[in-house]
Design a protein around this ligand. Sequence first.
Ligand code: NAD
Ligand code: MG
Length: 381
Amino acid sequence: MKKILILGATGSIGRQTLEIIDANPLDFKLIGVSGFNNTSLLIEIIRKYELSIASVKDSIQAEKIKKINPNIKILIGEQGLIDFAGFNPEEDITLINALVGMVGLKPTLRAIGINRNVLLANKETLVVGGHLIKEALKKSSSNLYPIDSEHSAIWQLLNGENKSSVKRLIITASGGSFRDKARTELEDVSLESALNHPNWSMGSKITIDSATMINKGFEIIEAVYLFDLGIDKVEAILHQESLIHSFVEFEDGSITAQIAEHDMRLPIHYAMYYPERKESIANKLDFMKLNNLHFKKIDFNRYPCLSYAIEAYKIGGSMRTVLNAANEIAVRLFIEKKIKFLDIERIIKEEMERHQVITFPSLEEIYTIDSEIKTRIYNQY
Ligand code: NAD
Ligand code: MG
């Protein structure tokens, strides 16, 4: 039986992870959860499972939880997330990081530091601190497994293959909620329409990230770190049905693909059971859906955020922090209806242009840049 800690249990990935645990009670034991902004769901989760530990936003939440479970260990705030990831370091526990945003970086490093396996949905961690994660993994016996449909696909496709024979990774993109709109039609799009993703039901931030396509840029960076390939070997292609999740092209001309219904419970399940394959609760594909698949080149002028992400990766160092921080805060402002959709890309571009790059930023420098950018931009609106 695998013992599990979930960071971000109240979110979209977190809740789907709980479904898998519920469906397989003999294989998984939930030890603890973190939650941030949905106290009633957090309390429901804490009531349902006999948890040893919970990490929460503040002392108000902590008090509420103490009332329903006086024996549970409660941690608070950002330091709480880090201590949560390092809970009972000598025990064999898997950490599932389903947080949104770069707040997940330090907890991931903490788990790797104590040789704990991490299943990572929290892609911002790799975008911002991929270089630190890689260094930490070299000194650790941890495994870092992806929870993202495209990366799960590549992981499966590379199983047993020699990486030197890979010519290209091709990750697919649905195109997001505005895929049928021209750029000129994006000026006044509403938050509600941005949150209406055609294929996936996800948290609000990643849904907006999909509409701007910065999500695909993040995923290209994520793939570079996870599979140790140059960024020029990773491409993205539009595929509106989201049934093929990635392709791998090999030197001999063979191209392999991973195909499944768009249901995140499959990549989560795969990572939780790896290296075994077991019956999953994910929706199964009706094969006949494959008779009408579409693929299209991505127009970088239509989706400038994709170019910014690739550029930030190539410039490297602290520019990746800038890319992410500007995006996180711009998306928040858009969700709070304080800026327009196209302001997101404008803010990212402006921040990248004004930044003086630090080539190998330390963890401290990353957090300082991140907070400076977020505070300054937020206060402008
Ligand atoms: P979500 O918004 O639904 O959930 C995020 C979780 O993190 C919640 O539990 C929330 O309480 C917590 N959280 C948010 N801000 C926090 C903070 N400052 N401190 C502590 N906790 C905080 O997000 P999601 O859609 O589940 O996405 C989680 C991660 O997985 C993201 O990095 C996303 O890009 C990635 N991902 C999601 C999907 C999906 O289908 N939802 C697919 C692939 C990858
Ligand atoms: Mg994805």
